[in-house]
Design a protein around this ligand. Structure first.
Ligand code: NAD
Length: 499
């Protein structure tokens, strides 16, 4: 086990600036209203930097810069853009440790996740879209002897992007990579809980891009996010966050008929069929590990498998093992490399999760393990830590229906296949799902029948760049990742030419 030094102390691989302004037109710009807000680390609760508090005036300035940059960037060759993305990936890789520790410090997540998952995945996304834009083809059809129709792709121009705090760097790159690969200029608003990570990222890559291609305006939702999403100067808004916020974004954008991509909340079922317990072997062990995925990233994952559905024949035995496995999930200092789960990202989130644990208790769900805040002592006693918690109950309870976004799973029993599908689909969400079965037919049918944009079969929480990701029902509109994402950032031009 290694422990990274806390930023601001001797030997740290990261040094945050005392203050972060907006990044507009290739330079740091003070907020129009001159206001800043404090940014604490959830690891100890202490403020470590302050951040410009953006308003509509700052958004207008960023849109000016993006509009100035968009035409020339949109005319660059795909090869040129692909090279920029590749160089961004290389730079991030060369600074991986620094960016990973910065993100852990600001978000509270375990550095083993940021070091081996979040930042490497972001790098992979950049490389994937560098390849995808080069490989993209247009089309040509002959209409008659004298006429051809040809189709090609044009960038949209200036796009707005608003991201959450749970994977700050990865969410930024998921959005930026396809947008700039397609030739757009971007105004991005980070979450108010995790803006500094985005500036650490920009400090590493900004000089690779022409000024104004990526602009970052910090700030809060209504003050900075709303003017961006409501602007008639953007050609698209891409949003990741809560379903309730997604509805608002959709309303703002509809005023100007601006297309939206919405990546929203979830309440994902993780379905374990009886045949998992046919043998106590590596597959069984993998399924138990799959159960504990609800605690990964402190449960702050849109696809958190927060409803575990276990078939009656193995219910007691499997659940007993799953609870034991949950108790082995190591919670600790996020800067220790053997910590599996760290701190919740903010005090608000911490309080919200604890209030849901109370709601579960009040509605009669039984707590099988956890259910309390965790005091890790020393410097960490001011941080926001919650024990991984397993509830047992039924699917009509609020803890089965509402997104808690914490290390909390609600477990219910099912009898047969139809029962499993009916419980799994009894939710307003449809983002992710897990299916565990040794039987290929059962696994295939469940993958087909669960109403969710991503179904993991016999695995969970993998996010390769070439697999499309997005929600059914109230979990979203549109998809991210996969080369199809380029279509969301481009218009199709058709020229019908006679000769
Ligand atoms: P949130 O909706 O509170 O905030 C997300 C972003 O929207 C932030 O930048 C915030 O400042 C901004 N915002 C808030 N109100 C706004 C408004 N009125 N106008 C414009 N912008 C506004 O969500 P959160 O708490 O940051 O993130 C957690 C949520 O994100 C969860 O619901 C989670 O499931 C979801 N999420 C979804 C995905 C996905 O890919 N589907 C990925 C990660 C997180």
């Amino acid at each position: 086990m290694a422990t990274y030094a806390a930023p601001g102390t001797d030997g740290s691989v990261v040094s945050f600036k005392p203050r972060y302004d907006h990044f507009i037109g290739g330079e740091y710009v003070a907020p129009a209203k001159g206001q800043y807000f404090e940014n604490p680390t959830p690891i100890t609760g202490q403020t470590f930097t302050e951040v410009a508090r953006g308003t509509a005036d700052d958004i207008e300035k960023a849109l000016d810069a993006a509009e100035a940059a968009a035409p020339a960037w949109g005319r660059t060759s795909v090869g040129e853009r692909a090279n920029v993305l590749t160089k961004m990936a290389d730079r991030i890789e060369a600074n991986l440790e620094m960016i990973a520790i910065a993100e852990s410090w600001e978000n509270g997540k375990a550095c083993r996740e940021t070091l081996v998952a979040d930042i490497p995945l972001a790098i992979d996304h950049l490389r994937y879209f560098a390849g995808a834009i080069r490989a993209q083809e247009g089309g040509l059809s002959q209409i008659d002897n004298d006429t051809v129709a040809y189709h090609f792709h044009e960038p949209l121009g200036v796009v707005g992007q608003i991201i959450p705090w749970n994977f700050p760097i990865l969410m930024a790159i998921w959005k930026l990579a396809p947008a700039i690969a397609a030739g757009n200029a971007v105004v991005l608003k980070p979450a108010e809980q995790t803006p500094a990570s985005i500036h650490v990222l920009m400090d590493v890559v900004a000089d690779l891009l022409p000024a104004g291609v990526i602009n970052i305006v910090n700030g809060f939702g209504v003050e900075a996010g709303k003017p961006l999403a409501s602007s008639s100067r953007i050609r698209k808004i891409a949003f990741t966050g809560e379903t309730t916020t997604g509805r608002l974004i959709s309303q703002y954008a509809s005023e100007n008929l601006i297309p939206v991509t919405l990546e929203l909340g979830g309440k994902s079922p993780n379905v374990f069929f009886d045949d998992v317990a046919a043998q106590q072997d590596a597959f069984y062990d993998k399924a138990l590990e799959g159960f504990t995925m609800f605690a990964l990233n402190q449960g702050e994952v849109c696809t958190c498998p927060s409803r575990a559905l276990i078939q009656g024949g193995m219910y007691d035995e499997f659940l007993g093992q799953a609870v034991k496995r949950t108790e082995q999930v190591k919670q600790g200092n996020p800067l220790d490399t053997d910590t599996m789960i760290g701190a919740q990202a903010s005090n608000d989130q911490f309080e919200k999760i604890l209030s849901y644990i109370d709601i579960g208790r009040q509605e009669g769900a039984k707590i099988l393990t956890g259910g309390e805040k965790a005091d890790l002592g020393g410097d960490l006693s001011g941080g926001y830590y919650i024990q991984p918690t397993v509830f047992e109950g039924h699917n009509k309870m609020r803890v089965f229906q509402e997104e808690i976004f914490g290390p909390v799973v609600s477990v219910a029993r099912f009898n047969d296949y139809d029962d499993a599908m009916s419980i799994a689909n009894d939710t307003l969400y449809g983002l992710g799902a897990g299916v565990w079965s040794r039987d290929a037919n059962t696994a295939y049918r469940a993958g087909r029948d669960i109403q969710a944009g991503r179904v993991w079969v016999n695995n969970y929480h993998a996010y390769p760049a070439h697999a499309a990701f997005g929600g059914y029902k109230q979990s979203g509109i549109g998809r991210e990742n996969h080369k199809m994402m380029l279509d969301h950032y481009q218009q199709t031009k058709n020229i019908l030419q006679s000769y």
